[in-house]
Design a protein. Structure first.
Length: 312
């Protein structure tokens, strides 16, 4: 039978199939996706084939159909294992906030580069605007203009107060949507605002660390009452990127991609080469210095971010 993985809890997968039935499935013994070394062979969003176990209510997954796309993250610890966050996604929403826990542009850019690599259009959602001080609002305005300038839609919301929720519903309708971001930014709270009937568990922010508590522990695809699906995911601390070449990374910064063929050298890395169109654009302000610095960090394999309090 055919189905789609809507939840994965390690060894068990919830598979949605005919007539909206969900069956718990395991994976066949030594099953492996061809050439994919990931911690999870099967991810939420995968279209799969499964067989029912005789005399049981459970199934066994025997095949994963080819993925249309997926978002892969590499762990930043020594193991460097790759994890598929979700697959077959129409649209990604990166939930960020300037309030708490504040999201750095380094994190945002790693996510965006990865989404560009897999051709997944991404919207930035700035949540918790009800908590903004004047200083946060100024910071937010700069950040928003940096990302709009790079070609990304930015939406300001408050899951608590309900600002712009109808607008977000329209963006989600009829599509398979991924929600990602740090723990505690309000992914689940926002989903609850968008579709209260889903009634997801939400957490608290630790006063001391200003960090989330990892309330959502497994990725889960949920049907939206107004059509479409949303994948709520556990918060991620760092977004390690799989290895791309320097040239590829340039292409995954949309504002750089447009200029890359104007550099003097075909293989320009835009670091220190003369007559570089991208460096010139940074100097004249049409490409943001913050984005450019993140580009340099990425191509040079620097994984840890310094929190950026000053945007350029
Ligand atoms: N003031 C305010 N608080 C919010 C808003 N959205 C979420 N919160 C709070 O932020 C905390 C974390 O929200 P969650 O929805 O659990 O965050 P999450 O992103 O799902 O976190 P994980 O599941 O751990 O990844 C909760 O205490 C929410 O009430 C908002 O718009 N304004
Ligand atoms: Mg959550
Ligand atoms: Zn260049």
């Amino acid at each position: 039978m055919d189905g789609v993985v809507v939840k994965s809890t390690g060894s068990w997968y919830s598979v949605l199939h005919s007539e909206n039935i969900i069956t718990d499935c395991r994976i066949k013994g030594n099953f492996r996706m061809k050439g994919m070394k990931t911690t999870n062979p099967c991810a939420v969003g995968d279209n799969i084939v499964f067989e029912m176990m005789p005399n049981e209510n459970t199934g066994v997954i025997s095949e994963i159909k080819e993925r249309y796309n997926c978002i892969i993250r590499k762990s930043t610890n020594l193991s460097k294992q790759k994890q598929v966050l979700a697959s077959n996604i129409d649209k990604a929403f990166l939930i960020v906030t300037i309030a708490s826990p504040r999201t750095s542009t380094g994190f945002i850019d790693r996510f965006l580069v990865t989404a560009e690599a897999y051709h997944i259009p991404t919207v930035l959602i700035f949540n918790k605007i009800d908590l903004y001080t004047d200083e946060m609002y100024e910071f937010h305005k700069t950040m928003k203009s940096i990302y709009e300038n790079a070609g990304y839609e930015c939406v300001e919301v408050s899951a608590l107060r309900g600002d712009n929720i109808e607008y977000v519903r329209n963006l989600l309708q009829g599509k398979i949507n991924l929600f990602s971001g740090h723990s505690g930014v309000g992914k689940s709270a926002l989903i609850n605002r968008i579709a209260p009937e889903l009634n997801l568990k939400t957490g608290i922010i630790s006063e001391y660390h200003q960090k989330g508590k990892h309330t959502t522990t497994f990725a889960e695809m949920l049907a939206l009452p107004f059509g479409g699906f949303i994948i709520d995911t556990p918060g991620i601390k760092e977004f390690g990127m799989v290895n791309f070449t320097k040239e590829e990374v340039t292409y995954f910064f949309p504002e750089m991609k447009l200029l890359a063929n104007k550099c003097q050298f075909d293989n320009c890395t835009h670091e220190h080469e003369p007559k570089c169109a991208i460096k010139k654009a940074v100097e004249n302000g049409s490409i943001s210095e913050t984005r450019y610095n993140n580009y340099l960090n990425i191509i040079n394999g620097r994984e840890m971010d310094v929190e950026d309090w000053e945007l350029k």
